[in-house]
Structure formats: structure tokens, C-alpha cells
Design a protein around this ligand. Structure first.
Ligand code: TA6
Length: 283
């Protein structure tokens, strides 16, 4: 049976947002950064971490949810870290057609401020689709200019966990990764499951497999069709204490598993588009 879905404008943390609801599941998406800030599953469990000390005034990116990083991942270039769309106000794209009513699309495009930093014409779309047992976030990058554009980026998903000590991530064994927490050494993952006992900041290259994150009996599947890489990040104790928008022990309640373009930039020809999405699902 198809349950009716709803998209309604709301104010959340003083921000213009949209709430998507399908049955007992709901999600909140902010126009600031086109960032998903909450995803409550059909059993009432919050699946996304949002820091209690996050700032919502647009001065910095919101710490939590699913930030959109574009056109630069992390410090891989001269632009501000993670690019410049996390603090942009995005517009709602025309209402979706019937049958897709559990989804919301936000868009943003180049303007004088972005061209001053990055001299390219582009349009981005973020489409958030809420299902009864899944959340999908799709990114479209359109090249609206006359020269090729090259970008890196990510859907920088902060997953909520009850206790990081009980968390394991499965599916990365055998993948090559760059270890940003260990001087950017290139290594190959030997563990069938990644556990968290220290800072983890890794870019796993060319991950096509479905990942599973588990905590006790609970698990969540993570797919990233179109995104070549997966980034795994937990700042751990010392780095977390240095982040003004995190509680000192906030690292115990989050882990980022990100759908990323990081190892090799994506190139989009004039008039063409690139698409990728992250699909989070539970049984
Ligand atoms: O994606 C991992 C990462 O690049 C880490 O190195 C860490 O710095 C994190 O992103 C958060 O970045 P932010 O700019 O949001 O503080």
C-alpha cells in the first residue's frame, strides 16, 4: 500500500525548512545549504546526528545532517574548505510531479560571489526523497557555461549513533584508501569491519559496494551510486574538543560516512550534467 507523502514548509532552528513525511517517517531539509537536518525513521529513531552546538546563522556550515560539499572536497584546492554551497540559501525547484510527492528538490546556481571564487557557470540540484524505509539524497551538477568544469565534493553525511564503541562499518575490506589522519598515507583496508577507537579520516577509492553500518542489532545500508569514493570521518576526542560547534564528547554519537568525489575530480562538459546520490536504508 502506498502511503500519502507530504512536503510542508516549516521553521526549524530559525531556518526556512521543509518537512517531508511518509507514514511515521519524516525528514527536515533546510534551504540553508540544501542540508538534510533530520531523518526520523518509521520506528521513531533519529538517524542523523545534529550537534547540540551547531550554528544556524549561516556564518559557518551547520555541524550535522547531510552537508553538501561543492565544488571542492575538504582542502583539495584553493577554495574554502568543502567549497561554498554549505552556507548558500538554495531555492525550491518547481514542485515534483505526482508519484514523486515524497521528494523535494532545491537548486542553486553560480552568482557574482561564487564566480569571484570559482569562475564557472553551474547549476546544482539536491533532490531529497523520503521512503518508508529509506532516504535518498541526489546531487545533480549541471555545467551551464561554455568551458568544461572540474569539481570534487561530497554528501558529508553525519550518522547518529548511540555509542561509537559499539559501531562497526562493513564493506570496505580490500579497498585502497588515503589516510588523512596519518599523513595521507595510501593503504589497503584489511579489516572486514572498521571499528572506531581513534581519529578516522579516510578517503576510500572507487567503492561500488553496498556498505552496512551496525550498532548492536541495528543496521543501516549505505549506497552511493554515481559517487566514486567513500569518506569515513570521526574526529575522536582531541579534535572534537577543538571544534567549537561540537560538545566535547559529541564524537561518541556520530560517524560520517560520505558519498564523495575526492580521489579524481569529475569533469562535466558544457551543457552536460553529472549525477550521484546516497541512499540510506534499513530493514
Ligand atoms: O570529510 C572529512 C573532513 O574533510 C575531515 O577532514 C574533517 O575536517 C571534516 O571533513 C569536517 O570538516 P568541516 O569543515 O565541516 O569542519
Amino acid at each position: 500500500m502506498q502511503l500519502p507523502a507530504l512536503v510542508e514548509p516549516i521553521t526549524f532552528q530559525g531556518l526556512e525548512c521543509f518537512r517531508l513525511s511518509v507514514g511515521a517517517a519524516s525528514a527536515i531539509v533546510s534551504r540553508l545549504g540544501a542540508q538534510v537536518l533530520s531523518w526520523i525513521d518509521a520506528a521513531g529513531r533519529q538517524r542523523l546526528f545534529l550537534s547540540e552546538h551547531a550554528k544556524f546563522d549561516g556564518s559557518v556550515a551547520i555541524r550535522g545532517g547531510i552537508p553538501v560539499c561543492f565544488p571542492q572536497f575538504s582542502g583539495l584546492g584553493e577554495l574554502p574548505k568543502h567549497g561554498f554551497v554549505r552556507t548558500r540559501l538554495w531555492d525550491r525547484a518547481p514542485a515534483p510531479t505526482a508519484g514523486e510527492s515524497g521528494s523535494l528538490t532545491l537548486r542553486c546556481a553560480d552568482n557574482a560571489a561564487t564566480r569571484a571564487l570559482w569562475p564557472h557557470a553551474f547549476e546544482l540540484q539536491i533532490a531529497v526523497t523520503l521512503g518508508l524505509a529509506a532516504l535518498e539524497v541526489g546531487l545533480v551538477v549541471r555545467n551551464t557555461g561554455e568551458a568544461p568544469i572540474s569539481f570534487t565534493g561530497a554528501l558529508h553525511t553525519y550518522l547518529a549513533v548511540d555509542d561509537i564503541d559499539a559501531v562497526s562499518l562493513h564493506g570496505l575490506q580490500g579497498h585502497v584508501y588515503r589516510d588523512a589522519a596519518k599523513g595521507n598515507q595510501i593503504r589497503t583496508e584489511s579489516d572486514p569491519q572498521l571499528r572506531f577507537v581513534q581519529e578516522v579520516d579516510r578517503v576510500y577509492h572507487s567503492v561500488q559496494r553496498l556498505l552496512t553500518i551496525s550498532e548492536g542489532a541495528d543496521s543501516l545500508s549505505i549506497a552511493g551510486p554515481g559517487f566514486p569514493d567513500v569518506v569515513v570521518w570521526n574526529p575522536w576526542k582531541a579534535l572534537c574538543r577543538g571544534l567549537p560547534d561540537m560538545l566535547p564528547d559529541g564524537y561518541r554519537n556520530m560517524v560520517c560516512v560520505e558519498a564523495a568525489v575526492a580521489q579524481v575530480p569529475a569533469v562535466v562538459a558544457p551543457g552536460r550534467q553529472w549525477t550521484g546520490s546516497q541512499i540510506l536504508g534499513y530493514a
